[in-house]
Design a protein around this ligand. Structure first.
Ligand SMILES: Cc1cc2nc3c(=O)[nH]c(=O)nc-3n(C[C@H](O)[C@H](O)[C@H](O)COP(=O)(O)OP(=O)(O)OC[C@H]3O[C@@H](n4cnc5c(N)ncnc54)[C@H](O)[C@@H]3O)c2cc1C
Length: 341
């Protein structure tokens, strides 16, 4: 049996690759019956659900592999200090293990243009970026420049793979390595300098928050149009969770089943189920909160729920089975919601 009830599928780990001292890649075997479900575009991510110290936790990891180029799906996980899932995956996963994984999702992808590509990657932010680069080198003739920031030389993930891509495409691929211990942090002036005359390019940014802010500011100072800029944020949900204050008086009672426990919560008028669950202290899973990742999916077992929008996070078959995206779910009556077991 490869599929569980709900959005998660059990996949076998084919290989674990040590990339740097603090990051590992996990390569998955996709069984034939799930091949279509796991088709992906460069830049998309997988959502993994693991149990750490008795807590079920959900995290997204970008695919560093590229479809049609790399044989197997590969994600790369960098340890976050004090981080539960990233350390657990680095410490506990080995070939042959089975992990619960949700189908690929995300919008951080190439669009159909022939203008140059300028990509800014910081640390583990290289994962979706290397996938995009591989596809762009293979399927387009776009000139590509990567500005890749790392703490030091030892922390460069995919150093060799990038060097190989560079020697295969020296005519239109360029890499600028920026090392904190040698060059200091990237600043907006450096961003402007690296972009040079390529202001008609498409820009892709992924990395730590402050790095992305600097790059965004640099691009803004060049007057680059927002629709030329693509950003993937890696923020950890719980790390910056600050549920909104809501007046739940007069709201609707909803029973939530999560990790085997049942809790009655009150969902305020116009409040989403996810927001109310978090406000009530439940560790309900989520990531994008914009209806495209599917992390927050749960099933409506009783009552009526309407979704504000669906940007591909859930498909029609799942909707027909009663699944909803809780980040978009507004209750219309007393309801019972069950997260996948
Ligand atoms: C679309 C997307 C793609 C991503 N792709 C990648 C990828 O390719 N590679 C990658 O490595 N990561 C990626 N991430 C990030 C990844 O999903 C995780 O957020 C990351 O691994 C950290 O998770 P964690 O469970 O280890 O950390 P968490 O346990 O969530 O902790 C994160 C931080 O918060 C602190 N913290 C935790 N709990 C508390 C608390 N109760 N109070 C105060 N502070 C606390 C921790 O000390 C730590 O510094 C991606 C994220 C997104 C949204």
């Amino acid at each position: 049996m490869t599929s569980l009830e709900g959005p998660y599928h059990e996949l076998t780990v084919a290989e674990v690759i040590e990339e740097t001292d603090d990051s590992k890649s996990i390569v998955f075997e996709i069984p034939g019956d799930l091949a279509e479900r796991f088709e992906y575009r460069s830049g998309q991510f997988l959502t993994l659900r693991v149990t750490v110290d008795g807590h079920r936790l959900v995290r997204c990891y970008s695919l560093a592999s590229a479809p049609g180029i790399d044989d197997r799906h590969k994600v790369t996980v960098k340890r976050v200090e004090g981080g539960r899932v990233s350390n657990w995956l680095n410490d506990h996963v080995s070939a042959g293990d089975r992990l619960e994984v949700m189908h690929p999702a995300g919008h951080f992808c190439l669009r159909d243009r022939e203008t140059p590509l300028v990509l800014f990657g910081g640390g583990s932010g290289i994962t979706p970026i290397i996938s995009i680069i591989k596809t762009a080198l293979e399927q387009t003739s776009r000139p590509i420049k990567l500005i890749y920031a790392n703490r030091n030389d030892r922390s460069i993930i995919f150093k060799e793979e990038l060097a190989n891509l560079l020697s295969a495409h020296p005519d239109r691929f360029e890499i600028v390595h920026r090392l904190d211990d040698v060059h200091g942090f990237v600043d907006a002036a450096r961003v402007v300098q690296e972009v040079g005359p390529k202001i008609d390019a498409d820009f892709y940014i992924c990395g730590p928050g402050p790095f992305m802010d600097v790059v965004e500011n640099g691009l803004a100072s060049l007057g680059i149009d927002e629709d030329q800029i693509f950003i993937e944020r890696f923020e950890s949900p719980e790390a910056d969770a600050s549920p909104a204050e809501v007046d739940a008086a007069g709201g609707t009672v909803v029973t939530i089943r999560l990790d085997g426990n049942e809790t009655d919560i009150v969902v305020g008028e116009g409040e989403t189920i996810l927001s109310a669950a978090r406000r009530s202290g439940l560790e309900a899973p989520f990531a994008c909160e914009e209806a495209y990742c599917g992390c927050c999916m749960a099933r409506v077992v009783e009552g009526e729920v309407e979704m504000l929008m669906n940007d591909g996070g859930i498909d029609q078959r799942q909707i027909d089975e009663g699944w909803i995206l809780t980040c978009q779910g507004i209750v219309k009556s007393r309801a019972r919601i069950e997260y996948p077991d």
